[in-house]
Design a protein around this ligand. Structure first.
Ligand code: ADP
Length: 356
């Protein structure tokens, strides 16, 4: 269907840079999640693509055509917001038909397209209901049908599921992905829910202060975060600061202030330089006892807290004056007790060199 290319997008509000030079290309048929803390510019980008706000600089192209001078209603874009914004006095069918009515589509074609849209979102049979006679999930399906009935080139979703309870939300995530795949529409999705973004998206971008910190597949961004912000925003991370004391081929030895040492694989760190390493909590193995000989990527510590959450456990382990967070699957042993001595160990590949 359509590719959306954003280049050099900038937008200021007073002295706040809502967008500060954003370059992103959303590929044809891709489901793309925009992630980032509140106020990082995600909604501003979505609104600029929709045409509700004008950029100060930069451009947005759909299939190569600059859309900055094209008014909102001619942009061929469908939108769904968190709070549905359905017309309460209209039936489901009338709500969905609205966009076709205002475009002057003939009545026969409207009836046919409304029927198709209702099928797509699996709401056939409910066309005469009013929005208030529907559940939250059903209302959101109507909003989706309404956005898609005009056959837009691009679908923009702004926190579309955040008003739903957890169970319904998960069900709608599956639905959303099914519908998106079925019609193959380029979809840009804003969410504050990391898990949702990782589950649904082909690619994600992490925003901070109006800039894209990192973009890539969910797995790439999670496994290879580029900096402290990306590593800490998406999931949890332990940060190890140290100094490179030896470089041998692709591996470098890094010594922490307390003397413990780790190995990182690197591309060109210099001997003597200060580095920052991110280590995911689930990559760390934890075993009771501390009698094993010291070695690389292994430290001895003391359990400060053990939090049981059903399928997993979260340990906080003090090592010298550092605190490691460790996630462990709840397998066949009792939780390690607080204040017990434990050995933490992990693989070299799990030490990710990141920018500060
Ligand atoms: P996000 O969607 O990531 O939460 P936004 O794009 O809504 O972030 O906002 C980015 C920044 O721009 C924030 O600091 C916000 O306060 C500011 N901002 C957004 N819209 C306006 C506006 N209409 N007037 C003034 N400031 C705005």
């Amino acid at each position: 269907m359509s590719e959306v290319a954003v280049t050099g997008a900038a937008k200021r509000y007073g002295n706040v840079a809502a967008l500060d030079g954003v370059d992103l290309t959303f590929a044809d048929g891709e489901f793309f999640g925009l992630l980032g803390p509140s106020g990082s510019g995600k909604t501003t980008l979505l609104r600029a693509i929709a045409g509700f706000i004008e950029l100060d600089a930069g451009e947005i192209r759909i299939d190569g055509t600059d859309i900055s001078r094209i008014p909102v209603h001619q942009r061929d874009i469908g939108m769904v917001f968190q709070n549905y914004a359905l017309f309460p006095h209209m039936s489901v069918a009338e709500n969905i038909a609205f966009g076709l009515d205002v475009r002057g589509v003939p009545a026969g074609e409207i009836a046919q397209r409304v029927g198709e849209s209702l099928d797509l979102v699996r709401l056939s049979g409910l066309e005469q209901r009013r929005p208030r006679q529907l559940s939250g999930g059903q209302q959101q399906r109507v909003a989706l049908a309404r956005a898609l009935v005009t056959r837009p080139k691009v679908l923009l979703l702004d926190e579309p599921l955040s008003a739903l309870d957890k169970h319904l939300r998960q069900e709608m995530q599956v639905e959303l992905r099914r519908i998106q795949r079925q019609i193959g529409i380029t979809t840009i999705f804003v969410t504050h829910d990391q898990e949702e973004a990782l589950t649904l998206s082909d690619r994600v971008a992490i925003f901070n202060k109006g800039r894209v910190v990192q973009a890539g597949s969910p797995r790439a961004v999670y496994e290879w975060p580029v900096n402290r912000f990306a590593a800490g925003f998406l999931g949890e991370a332990n940060f190890l600061e140290g100094k490179v004391v030896g470089v041998l081929g692709p591996e470098a030895q890094v010594v922490m202030p307390d003397g413990s040492a780790i190995i990182v694989t690197h591309q060109g760190v210099a001997n003597g330089s200060d580095v920052l390493v991110a280590l995911r909590p689930e990559k760390i193995g934890i075993e009771p006892g501390g009698s094993q000989a010291p070695r690389l990527n292994r430290v001895i510590g003391r359990v400060q807290s053990a939090i049981f959450s059903g399928s997993s456990l979260t340990y906080r382990v003090s090592v010298g004056d550092r605190l490691f967070v460790v996630f462990e699957q709840n397998k066949n042993r009792a939780p390690l007790s607080e204040q017990s001595v434990v050995t933490l160990e992990w693989a070299t590949a799990d030490n990710i060199l990141v920018q500060p």
